[in-house]
Design a protein around this ligand. Structure first.
Ligand code: SF4
Ligand code: SF4
Length: 185
């Protein structure tokens, strides 16, 4: 069973108003810096999540490198490259820099982070939905691949979902106690 986490309990980031968006990011950066002692479980859970990402990444790369170069309808649009609140929590819990998003872009245009060989962001600095998304052609390749790969796929998505959920489950009580009321966006 996949034990995920409903991230809609967190505020929505306001991409339409860059000032509000960056104000929230700055607030969260400060939150992690000030409340570091209360966030030890969050940071430990984030390291477990990182291990799952690192383990699953070669599998995803294996399949995307075979399928994506031939894709006629590339799924990477700006609106998918923007993070949600929970993504920012993951980045900060891992001590990663929040990417320098250009919010003044057409949200339906090809994502600002697409490079010649695909996404230029390290996997852990991408929105979670980017890693979680497996389109039909990718799924078809996994389906016709070795059964061992299919099991690896199921295990990989379950581990990602569970460990990211653990990060959020650890963060939520700290956030509710020390941060929630301050965010106004
Ligand atoms: S993940 Fe699927 S839809 Fe997206 S670029 Fe690759 S093949 Fe195309
Ligand atoms: S995988 Fe990278 S390029 Fe594609 S939508 Fe996500 S951030 Fe943008």
């Amino acid at each position: 069973m996949v034990i995920g986490f409903d991230t809609t309990v967190f505020p929505k980031l306001d991409y339409k108003t860059p000032e509000n968006f960056w104000k929230t990011i700055e607030y969260l950066e400060e939150f992690f810096s000030i409340h570091n002692d209360s966030l030890t479980d969050v940071i430990a859970s984030a390291q477990a999540m990182k291990r799952c990402f690192d383990e699953f990444d070669p599998f995803i790369q294996h399949y995307t490198s075979r399928v994506c170069p031939y894709c006629g309808t590339v799924c990477c649009a700006n609106k998918f490259g923007f993070p949600e609140f929970a993504d920012i929590i993951s980045f900060l819990a891992l001590g990663l820099q929040v990417p320098d998003y250009d919010l003044d872009v057409d949200e339906d245009a090809i994502c600002q982070f697409i490079g010649e060989k695909g996404c230029i962001l390290p996997r852990l600095q991408r929105p979670y939905r980017c890693t979680w998304y497996f389109c039909d052609p990718l799924m078809a390749q996994i389906d016709i691949g070795p059964i061992k790969h299919y099991r690896q796929f199921i295990q990989g998505v379950q581990d990602l979902s569970r460990t990211r959920g653990d990060v959020m489950r650890a963060f939520l009580p700290v956030w509710e106690k020390l941060g929630k009321d301050i965010i106004t966006t």
